[in-house]
Ligand binder design. Structure first.
Ligand SMILES: [Mg+2]
Length: 392
Protein backbone atom coordinates (compact mmCIF):
# COMPACT_ATOMS: atom_id res chain seq x y z
CA UNK A 1 0.00 0.00 0.00
CA UNK A 2 1.24 3.50 -0.86
CA UNK A 3 0.19 7.04 0.08
CA UNK A 4 -1.06 8.88 -3.03
CA UNK A 5 -2.25 12.16 -1.46
CA UNK A 6 -2.62 14.07 1.80
CA UNK A 7 -5.50 16.56 1.98
CA UNK A 8 -6.46 19.06 4.65
CA UNK A 9 -9.54 21.20 5.18
CA UNK A 10 -10.58 23.92 7.59
CA UNK A 11 -13.93 23.85 9.37
CA UNK A 12 -15.01 26.90 11.32
CA UNK A 13 -17.84 27.72 13.73
CA UNK A 14 -18.70 31.26 14.82
CA UNK A 15 -20.04 31.87 18.34
CA UNK A 16 -23.04 34.10 18.93
CA UNK A 17 -21.72 34.83 22.43
CA UNK A 18 -17.95 34.65 22.74
CA UNK A 19 -16.45 32.36 25.39
CA UNK A 20 -13.14 33.07 27.10
CA UNK A 21 -10.41 31.56 29.23
CA UNK A 22 -7.21 33.20 30.46
CA UNK A 23 -5.51 32.61 27.11
CA UNK A 24 -8.24 33.15 24.50
CA UNK A 25 -11.36 35.12 23.72
CA UNK A 26 -13.11 32.76 21.32
CA UNK A 27 -15.36 34.42 18.75
CA UNK A 28 -14.90 31.33 16.61
CA UNK A 29 -13.35 27.89 16.87
CA UNK A 30 -11.63 26.13 13.99
CA UNK A 31 -10.65 22.55 13.17
CA UNK A 32 -8.08 21.37 10.61
CA UNK A 33 -9.11 17.91 9.38
CA UNK A 34 -6.57 15.71 7.55
CA UNK A 35 -7.33 12.93 5.04
CA UNK A 36 -4.70 10.53 3.71
CA UNK A 37 -5.54 8.59 0.54
CA UNK A 38 -3.83 5.37 -0.55
CA UNK A 39 -3.46 3.52 -3.85
CA UNK A 40 -5.84 0.76 -2.67
CA UNK A 41 -8.62 3.19 -1.74
CA UNK A 42 -8.05 3.00 2.01
CA UNK A 43 -8.52 6.45 3.60
CA UNK A 44 -7.25 7.68 6.97
CA UNK A 45 -8.74 10.59 8.92
CA UNK A 46 -6.94 12.82 11.43
CA UNK A 47 -6.98 16.28 12.97
CA UNK A 48 -4.23 18.84 13.57
CA UNK A 49 -4.63 21.34 16.41
CA UNK A 50 -4.61 25.00 15.37
CA UNK A 51 -5.08 26.61 18.80
CA UNK A 52 -3.79 30.14 19.08
CA UNK A 53 -3.24 30.84 15.39
CA UNK A 54 -4.95 31.07 12.02
CA UNK A 55 -5.88 27.55 10.83
CA UNK A 56 -4.63 28.53 7.36
CA UNK A 57 -1.03 28.44 8.68
CA UNK A 58 -1.43 24.85 9.87
CA UNK A 59 -3.10 23.86 6.60
CA UNK A 60 -0.25 25.43 4.62
CA UNK A 61 2.34 23.35 6.49
CA UNK A 62 0.40 20.13 5.95
CA UNK A 63 -0.22 20.80 2.24
CA UNK A 64 3.10 22.32 1.19
CA UNK A 65 5.71 21.07 3.64
CA UNK A 66 4.72 17.70 5.12
CA UNK A 67 2.52 16.08 2.44
CA UNK A 68 5.25 15.99 -0.25
CA UNK A 69 7.53 14.01 2.14
CA UNK A 70 4.98 11.18 2.36
CA UNK A 71 3.80 10.55 -1.18
CA UNK A 72 4.72 7.04 -2.34
CA UNK A 73 5.53 5.72 1.17
CA UNK A 74 3.87 2.79 2.94
CA UNK A 75 1.38 4.32 5.44
CA UNK A 76 1.94 1.46 7.89
CA UNK A 77 5.55 2.51 8.61
CA UNK A 78 4.40 5.22 10.99
CA UNK A 79 7.51 5.56 13.19
CA UNK A 80 9.60 5.98 10.07
CA UNK A 81 7.35 8.67 8.61
CA UNK A 82 7.12 10.50 11.92
CA UNK A 83 10.93 10.65 12.06
CA UNK A 84 11.16 11.81 8.43
CA UNK A 85 8.78 14.71 9.16
CA UNK A 86 10.51 15.55 12.46
CA UNK A 87 14.06 15.42 11.10
CA UNK A 88 13.41 17.32 7.87
CA UNK A 89 11.70 20.20 9.73
CA UNK A 90 14.13 20.32 12.65
CA UNK A 91 15.61 23.74 11.94
CA UNK A 92 12.26 25.47 12.17
CA UNK A 93 10.20 22.81 13.91
CA UNK A 94 10.72 20.48 16.89
CA UNK A 95 7.61 21.88 18.60
CA UNK A 96 4.83 24.38 17.92
CA UNK A 97 2.90 24.44 14.69
CA UNK A 98 5.00 21.78 12.91
CA UNK A 99 4.31 19.12 15.55
CA UNK A 100 0.63 20.10 15.66
CA UNK A 101 0.47 19.70 11.87
CA UNK A 102 2.32 16.35 12.11
CA UNK A 103 -0.21 15.18 14.73
CA UNK A 104 -3.10 15.14 12.24
CA UNK A 105 -1.05 13.17 9.72
CA UNK A 106 0.05 10.71 12.43
CA UNK A 107 -3.56 10.13 13.52
CA UNK A 108 -4.66 9.51 9.91
CA UNK A 109 -1.80 6.98 9.52
CA UNK A 110 -2.90 5.12 12.68
CA UNK A 111 -6.47 5.17 11.32
CA UNK A 112 -5.18 3.43 8.17
CA UNK A 113 -3.13 0.96 10.23
CA UNK A 114 -6.19 0.10 12.33
CA UNK A 115 -8.36 -0.37 9.25
CA UNK A 116 -5.66 -2.57 7.70
CA UNK A 117 -5.41 -4.71 10.84
CA UNK A 118 -9.18 -4.75 11.35
CA UNK A 119 -8.76 -3.39 14.89
CA UNK A 120 -9.73 -0.19 16.72
CA UNK A 121 -6.65 1.91 17.51
CA UNK A 122 -6.93 1.49 21.29
CA UNK A 123 -6.65 -2.29 20.86
CA UNK A 124 -3.80 -1.89 18.39
CA UNK A 125 -2.00 0.10 21.10
CA UNK A 126 -2.52 -2.65 23.64
CA UNK A 127 -6.06 -2.02 24.87
CA UNK A 128 -6.50 -1.32 28.57
CA UNK A 129 -10.22 -0.51 28.78
CA UNK A 130 -13.20 -0.09 26.47
CA UNK A 131 -14.91 2.63 28.52
CA UNK A 132 -13.90 5.88 30.17
CA UNK A 133 -15.14 8.06 33.03
CA UNK A 134 -15.97 11.50 31.56
CA UNK A 135 -15.62 14.94 33.08
CA UNK A 136 -17.59 18.00 32.03
CA UNK A 137 -15.21 20.61 30.70
CA UNK A 138 -16.72 24.03 30.43
CA UNK A 139 -17.26 26.82 32.95
CA UNK A 140 -15.80 29.39 30.54
CA UNK A 141 -16.19 33.09 31.08
CA UNK A 142 -18.87 34.78 28.95
CA UNK A 143 -20.90 37.96 29.06
CA UNK A 144 -23.38 37.93 31.97
CA UNK A 145 -22.12 34.65 33.47
CA UNK A 146 -21.61 35.66 37.11
CA UNK A 147 -20.70 33.37 40.01
CA UNK A 148 -24.32 32.25 40.50
CA UNK A 149 -24.75 31.49 36.81
CA UNK A 150 -21.56 29.41 36.63
CA UNK A 151 -22.60 27.49 39.77
CA UNK A 152 -25.94 26.84 38.09
CA UNK A 153 -24.12 25.65 34.96
CA UNK A 154 -21.97 23.11 36.84
CA UNK A 155 -24.98 21.95 38.88
CA UNK A 156 -26.54 21.00 35.56
CA UNK A 157 -23.54 18.79 34.73
CA UNK A 158 -23.72 17.02 38.09
CA UNK A 159 -27.48 16.53 37.77
CA UNK A 160 -26.98 14.98 34.33
CA UNK A 161 -24.62 12.38 35.84
CA UNK A 162 -21.09 13.84 35.59
CA UNK A 163 -18.96 13.29 38.69
CA UNK A 164 -16.39 15.96 37.77
CA UNK A 165 -16.56 19.41 36.17
CA UNK A 166 -13.84 21.89 35.21
CA UNK A 167 -14.07 25.67 35.27
CA UNK A 168 -11.84 28.49 34.01
CA UNK A 169 -10.01 31.08 36.10
CA UNK A 170 -7.17 33.50 35.43
CA UNK A 171 -8.46 36.53 33.49
CA UNK A 172 -6.93 38.59 36.27
CA UNK A 173 -5.23 41.82 35.12
CA UNK A 174 -4.03 42.46 38.71
CA UNK A 175 -1.64 39.47 38.37
CA UNK A 176 1.84 40.41 37.08
CA UNK A 177 2.57 39.08 33.56
CA UNK A 178 -1.06 37.93 33.11
CA UNK A 179 -1.82 36.93 29.47
CA UNK A 180 -4.74 39.42 29.33
CA UNK A 181 -2.20 42.28 29.27
CA UNK A 182 -1.21 41.41 25.71
CA UNK A 183 -3.83 39.14 24.20
CA UNK A 184 -6.48 40.05 21.61
CA UNK A 185 -9.62 41.23 23.43
CA UNK A 186 -7.63 41.23 26.66
CA UNK A 187 -9.76 44.13 27.87
CA UNK A 188 -12.93 42.03 27.95
CA UNK A 189 -14.35 39.78 30.69
CA UNK A 190 -11.83 40.68 33.40
CA UNK A 191 -12.09 39.49 36.99
CA UNK A 192 -10.28 40.01 40.27
CA UNK A 193 -8.72 37.06 42.09
CA UNK A 194 -11.39 37.54 44.73
CA UNK A 195 -14.12 37.20 42.10
CA UNK A 196 -12.47 34.06 40.70
CA UNK A 197 -12.36 32.61 44.20
CA UNK A 198 -16.06 33.34 44.63
CA UNK A 199 -16.76 31.47 41.36
CA UNK A 200 -14.71 28.48 42.57
CA UNK A 201 -16.38 28.53 45.98
CA UNK A 202 -19.93 28.52 44.61
CA UNK A 203 -19.10 25.76 42.11
CA UNK A 204 -17.52 23.63 44.85
CA UNK A 205 -20.65 24.09 46.95
CA UNK A 206 -22.80 22.99 44.01
CA UNK A 207 -20.49 19.98 43.54
CA UNK A 208 -20.52 18.99 47.22
CA UNK A 209 -24.32 18.71 47.28
CA UNK A 210 -24.09 15.94 44.64
CA UNK A 211 -20.81 14.31 45.68
CA UNK A 212 -19.05 15.75 42.61
CA UNK A 213 -15.65 17.44 42.31
CA UNK A 214 -14.46 20.66 40.63
CA UNK A 215 -11.24 21.20 38.69
CA UNK A 216 -9.80 24.66 38.15
CA UNK A 217 -7.93 25.64 34.96
CA UNK A 218 -5.78 28.80 34.97
CA UNK A 219 -4.42 28.40 31.39
CA UNK A 220 -0.87 29.72 32.05
CA UNK A 221 -2.06 32.89 33.79
CA UNK A 222 -0.63 33.04 37.31
CA UNK A 223 2.72 33.58 39.03
CA UNK A 224 4.14 31.16 41.62
CA UNK A 225 2.95 33.37 44.48
CA UNK A 226 -0.60 33.70 43.08
CA UNK A 227 -0.82 30.00 42.25
CA UNK A 228 0.27 28.90 45.74
CA UNK A 229 -2.03 31.41 47.48
CA UNK A 230 -5.04 30.59 45.30
CA UNK A 231 -4.12 26.89 45.31
CA UNK A 232 -4.25 26.73 49.12
CA UNK A 233 -7.74 28.27 49.03
CA UNK A 234 -8.77 25.77 46.35
CA UNK A 235 -7.43 22.94 48.49
CA UNK A 236 -9.63 23.99 51.41
CA UNK A 237 -12.63 23.92 49.07
CA UNK A 238 -11.82 20.38 47.90
CA UNK A 239 -10.77 21.22 44.34
CA UNK A 240 -9.74 18.02 42.51
CA UNK A 241 -6.85 19.50 40.48
CA UNK A 242 -5.31 22.82 39.50
CA UNK A 243 -4.52 22.97 35.77
CA UNK A 244 -1.76 24.97 34.04
CA UNK A 245 -1.24 27.47 36.87
CA UNK A 246 1.90 29.10 35.35
CA UNK A 247 3.40 29.97 32.00
CA UNK A 248 4.32 26.62 30.44
CA UNK A 249 8.02 27.53 30.29
CA UNK A 250 8.22 28.24 34.03
CA UNK A 251 9.04 24.62 34.80
CA UNK A 252 10.90 25.22 38.08
CA UNK A 253 8.10 27.54 39.20
CA UNK A 254 5.48 24.91 38.46
CA UNK A 255 7.52 22.36 40.45
CA UNK A 256 7.45 24.81 43.40
CA UNK A 257 3.67 25.10 43.11
CA UNK A 258 3.28 21.32 42.86
CA UNK A 259 5.50 20.83 45.95
CA UNK A 260 3.63 23.49 47.95
CA UNK A 261 0.17 22.02 47.33
CA UNK A 262 -1.32 18.70 48.41
CA UNK A 263 -3.79 19.08 45.52
CA UNK A 264 -2.35 17.84 42.20
CA UNK A 265 -1.11 20.21 39.51
CA UNK A 266 -2.20 19.11 36.01
CA UNK A 267 -0.62 20.23 32.72
CA UNK A 268 0.58 21.34 30.35
CA UNK A 269 -1.55 21.06 27.23
CA UNK A 270 0.49 23.95 25.78
CA UNK A 271 3.69 21.87 25.91
CA UNK A 272 4.40 19.78 22.82
CA UNK A 273 6.44 16.65 22.14
CA UNK A 274 8.24 14.17 24.37
CA UNK A 275 11.24 16.44 25.07
CA UNK A 276 9.05 19.17 26.54
CA UNK A 277 7.04 16.71 28.60
CA UNK A 278 10.26 14.99 29.73
CA UNK A 279 11.30 18.19 31.51
CA UNK A 280 7.88 18.76 33.08
CA UNK A 281 7.77 15.15 34.30
CA UNK A 282 11.37 14.78 35.48
CA UNK A 283 11.30 18.08 37.36
CA UNK A 284 7.94 17.11 38.83
CA UNK A 285 6.38 20.33 37.57
CA UNK A 286 3.12 18.39 37.23
CA UNK A 287 1.38 15.56 39.08
CA UNK A 288 -1.01 14.80 36.19
CA UNK A 289 0.23 14.79 32.57
CA UNK A 290 -1.95 16.30 29.83
CA UNK A 291 -0.79 15.79 26.24
CA UNK A 292 -3.32 16.02 23.39
CA UNK A 293 -3.11 13.58 20.46
CA UNK A 294 -4.06 16.30 17.92
CA UNK A 295 -1.54 18.79 19.31
CA UNK A 296 1.44 17.13 21.04
CA UNK A 297 2.60 14.88 18.17
CA UNK A 298 -0.09 12.29 17.43
CA UNK A 299 -0.38 8.77 18.87
CA UNK A 300 3.27 8.07 18.07
CA UNK A 301 4.59 10.85 20.32
CA UNK A 302 1.83 10.76 22.95
CA UNK A 303 2.41 7.09 23.75
CA UNK A 304 6.07 7.98 24.49
CA UNK A 305 4.95 10.82 26.74
CA UNK A 306 2.56 8.41 28.49
CA UNK A 307 5.36 5.86 29.00
CA UNK A 308 7.52 8.55 30.58
CA UNK A 309 4.65 9.54 32.87
CA UNK A 310 4.16 5.87 33.76
CA UNK A 311 7.83 5.46 34.67
CA UNK A 312 7.49 8.43 37.02
CA UNK A 313 4.26 7.22 38.59
CA UNK A 314 2.04 9.85 36.99
CA UNK A 315 -1.43 9.50 35.45
CA UNK A 316 -2.26 10.87 31.99
CA UNK A 317 -5.43 12.91 31.42
CA UNK A 318 -5.35 14.07 27.79
CA UNK A 319 -6.41 17.59 26.86
CA UNK A 320 -9.46 17.36 24.55
CA UNK A 321 -10.96 20.53 23.11
CA UNK A 322 -11.69 20.31 19.42
CA UNK A 323 -13.80 18.44 16.84
CA UNK A 324 -15.35 14.98 17.05
CA UNK A 325 -12.19 13.61 15.37
CA UNK A 326 -10.03 14.93 18.21
CA UNK A 327 -12.44 13.47 20.78
CA UNK A 328 -12.34 10.02 19.16
CA UNK A 329 -8.54 10.08 18.76
CA UNK A 330 -7.91 11.07 22.37
CA UNK A 331 -10.38 8.43 23.58
CA UNK A 332 -8.42 5.69 21.77
CA UNK A 333 -5.18 7.00 23.28
CA UNK A 334 -6.59 7.20 26.82
CA UNK A 335 -8.24 3.77 26.60
CA UNK A 336 -4.91 2.19 25.68
CA UNK A 337 -3.15 3.36 28.87
CA UNK A 338 -2.88 1.60 32.21
CA UNK A 339 -2.01 5.01 33.70
CA UNK A 340 -4.92 6.78 31.98
CA UNK A 341 -7.23 9.03 33.97
CA UNK A 342 -10.58 10.59 33.11
CA UNK A 343 -11.89 11.88 29.77
CA UNK A 344 -12.28 15.61 29.10
CA UNK A 345 -15.67 16.22 27.45
CA UNK A 346 -16.12 19.80 26.28
CA UNK A 347 -19.65 20.98 27.09
CA UNK A 348 -19.61 24.29 25.18
CA UNK A 349 -21.91 24.63 22.19
CA UNK A 350 -19.82 23.24 19.30
CA UNK A 351 -21.38 21.58 16.24
CA UNK A 352 -17.95 20.50 14.92
CA UNK A 353 -17.84 18.13 17.89
CA UNK A 354 -21.51 17.08 17.97
CA UNK A 355 -22.45 17.03 14.28
CA UNK A 356 -19.24 16.00 12.50
CA UNK A 357 -19.37 12.25 13.18
CA UNK A 358 -22.05 9.95 11.76
CA UNK A 359 -22.27 8.38 15.21
CA UNK A 360 -22.09 11.05 17.90
CA UNK A 361 -19.90 10.23 20.91
CA UNK A 362 -21.98 10.59 24.07
CA UNK A 363 -22.05 9.61 27.71
CA UNK A 364 -23.95 6.29 28.00
CA UNK A 365 -26.77 5.71 30.49
CA UNK A 366 -24.37 3.99 32.90
CA UNK A 367 -22.24 7.18 33.06
CA UNK A 368 -19.32 5.86 30.98
CA UNK A 369 -18.22 6.80 27.47
CA UNK A 370 -17.55 3.78 25.24
CA UNK A 371 -14.70 3.77 22.72
CA UNK A 372 -15.76 3.45 19.04
CA UNK A 373 -15.16 -0.24 18.38
CA UNK A 374 -14.80 -0.29 14.60
CA UNK A 375 -11.34 -0.54 12.93
CA UNK A 376 -9.05 2.50 13.13
CA UNK A 377 -10.62 5.53 14.79
CA UNK A 378 -13.98 3.86 14.14
CA UNK A 379 -15.58 7.06 12.89
CA UNK A 380 -17.09 8.40 9.65
CA UNK A 381 -17.48 12.10 8.83
CA UNK A 382 -20.81 13.69 7.88
CA UNK A 383 -20.56 15.37 4.50
CA UNK A 384 -23.47 17.75 5.26
CA UNK A 385 -21.65 19.11 8.31
CA UNK A 386 -18.41 19.53 6.35
CA UNK A 387 -20.27 21.43 3.64
CA UNK A 388 -21.91 23.71 6.19
CA UNK A 389 -18.76 24.70 8.08
CA UNK A 390 -15.93 24.33 5.55
CA UNK A 391 -14.07 27.57 4.81
CA UNK A 392 -10.98 26.14 3.04
MG1 LIG B 1 -6.64 23.29 30.01
Amino acid sequence: MKIISVESMILSYEYENAIADAQNYFKRRNAVIVKINTDIGMVGIGESACFGGPPESTKFIIDHELAPMLIGLDPCNIERMWKIMFDRTRQHGRRGIILAAMSGIDIALWDILGKTAGLPIYKLLGGYTDRLIPYASSGFYSEGKDSDKIAEEVSGYFKSGFKYAKIKVGRNPEVFMNPTHNMTDGDKLLYSLEEDLERIEKCCKAAASTGGRIMVDANNSWTVYTAVTMGKECEKLGVFWLEEPLHVDNIEGSAEVAAALAMPVAGYESEIGVYGFRDLIQKRAVDIVQPDVVWSGGFTECRKIAALAYANGMPVNPHVFSSGVSLAANMHFLASLSNGGILEMDQNIYPLRDELLKEKIEVAEDGFVYIPDKPGLGIELREDTIEKYRIA
